[in-house]
Write a protein that binds this ligand. Structure first.
Ligand SMILES: Nc1ncnc2c1ncn2[C@@H]1O[C@H](COP(=O)(O)OP(=O)(O)OP(=O)(O)O)[C@@H](O)[C@H]1O
Ligand SMILES: [Mg+2]
Length: 261
């Protein structure tokens, strides 16, 4: 199975401190093509910090990042994008006052041979990419602020796809969404998996992500408690990892696992 393939991303023995606080301490995670890996843990566990190292927002103190088996130099967000790594945040994802196509092409607009904006080409491409992700979406002419949270999320994802994202980081993607919109994001994620895109899904709520994830990594106090395939563990067992740092038999313990006698 996945063990024989090269991971899309490997973060090995990553550490970073802020002042005296070990925000991330010797953390290792990996992600395979077409896989959804949930990163779970309480508030302050180190999830966002770990993932900000992958997206180039923070520079690690120690550890290595490999992309498709090769050591990757990721020191800023531009480097990360070069490796096809895109982050989607619930809030800062979209420009409110312009429509979906304009959002997709913000900062890299298509132009006609005469130098004017090629709105026709941009809208056609927007319809193609959005149609693949969210076939029911029709509101191409409206500013994005008129859209629902789930629809806005699909615009943000479409933008990342258009940038050739192979590795998507979604930090609390459904935190501000209702049940129906959350389901919509779930469908988007299934679609992205089919395209071989790997997704890190970050949440402090296991119920948001357990059913979507192929594997889970649990962090506590900056360290990885362990990881498991979701088919090998129950939600209660994962809760035990999150709350107590206790690794069940179906999980692979990490450096942060509670030591049992
Ligand atoms: N820029 C920073 N400066 C100082 N300390 C920081 C910084 N960023 C994070 N920390 C600290 O690092 C630790 C981990 O924070 P992080 O944001 O990674 O947690 P998290 O798991 O994402 O939590 P949440 O579920 O609340 O989003 C916390 O103790 C936090 O206070
Ligand atoms: Mg966080």
């Amino acid at each position: 199975m996945s063990e024989n393939r090269t991971p899309l991303v490997e973060m090995r023995n990553i550490s970073i401190s802020f002042g005296g606080i070990h925000a991330v301490d010797d953390a290792s995670v990996d992600l395979f093509p077409g896989e959804v890996v949930a990163l779970l843990g309480h508030n302050g566990a180190g999830k966002s910090t770990l993932i900000k190292i992958l997206s180039g927002a923070y520079k690690r103190d120690n550890g290595d990042i490999l992309v498709r088996g090769d050591f990757a130099e990721i020191n800023n967000p531009r480097d990360a994008k070069k490796y096809g790594i895109e982050t989607i945040y619930q809030t800062l994802a979209v420009a409110d006052n312009v429509d979906a196509a304009a959002n997709l092409y913000l900062g890299r607009e298509l132009r006609t041979p005469w130098g004017t904006l090629d709105d026709v080409a941009m809208e056609a491409k927007a319809r193609e990419v959005m149609g693949r992700l969210n076939p029911n979406f029709q509101r191409f002419k409206e500013p994005v602020k008129a859209l629902s949270g789930g629809q806005r999320q699909s615009v943000a994802i479409a933008r990342a796809i258009l940038f050739d994202a192979q590795i998507l980081i979604m930090d609390e993607p459904t935190a501000a969404l209702g049940p129906q919109e959350t389901a919509q994001v779930g469908e988007l994620i299934q679609q992205l998996k089919k395209d071989g895109i790997g997704i890190f899904l970050i949440s402090h709520d296991i119920h948001d992500v357990f059913d979507l994830a192929d594997r889970v990594f649990v962090m506590k106090n900056g360290r990885v408690v362990g990881h498991a395939r979701t088919e090998d563990v129950t939600k209660d067992e994962v809760l035990g990892m999150i709350i107590l740092g206790k690794c069940p038999p179906g999980a692979v313990p990490g450096p942060g696992a509670m030591q049992t006698a």
